[in-house]
Design a protein around this ligand. Structure first.
Ligand SMILES: [Zn+2]
Length: 173
């Protein structure tokens, strides 16, 4: 399966993702293709909608202390539901669908998540730190929300201007 990352301002990023109901070979193929594209683009998380599949499927691999992302740290999260959230934290986020831009975004510090694995088994996960932040970022994608939507009016305007300039330069180069 050949996947490419959908980039802002592509409207497909605004689609609401649907629940996964079939935990079949098609889903497994999608997940197997999402993982390398995330790793090869230096991402820590990727939602299926970012590769043009509007289903509630995420892959995450949070770098360890050495900055490595070994395959055994891969998390596949299907149909996630947050059941608890607490605290507040700010982190400079980026997004594979909004290349080269990083902004401070406020998130919950910790959360508890119910989800399913690739075979449909129900799981629970407690997350804090970067994992908690990344899960919230990726789950926003499932609702068609991007991290830049959370910027203040002034910062968003500045972002749009700089992003437009970057797209122009990309085209002409
Ligand atoms: Zn993102």
């Amino acid at each position: 399966m050949k996947l490419t990352i959908v980039e802002y301002p592509d409207k497909r990023l605004r689609l609401k993702s649907k629940n996964v109901t079939n935990f079949d070979a098609k889903l497994h193929k999608l997940l197997d293709a999402m993982n390398p594209i995330m790793i090869n683009t230096n991402g820590i998380g990727l939602a299926a909608i970012q590769v043009n599949h509007a289903v509630k499927a995420l892959v995450l691999n949070i770098p360890d202390e050495e900055g490595e992302q070994p395959p055994e740290n891969l998390l596949e999260i299907i149909n996630p539901i947050v059941t608890k959230r607490a605290g507040e934290t700010v982190y400079q986020e980026g997004c594979l669908s909004v290349p080269k831009f990083y902004e401070d975004i406020k998130r919950f510090e910790t959360l508890t998540l119910n989800y399913q694995d690739r075979n449909g088994n129900t799981k629970t996960l407690e997350a804090d730190g970067l994992l908690s932040i990344a899960i919230q970022h990726e789950m926003d994608h499932l609702e068609g929300i991007l991290f830049i939507d959370k910027l203040s009016y002034g910062r968003r305007k500045k972002f749009e201007k700089e992003y437009k300039r970057m797209l122009k330069e990309k085209k002409s180069s």
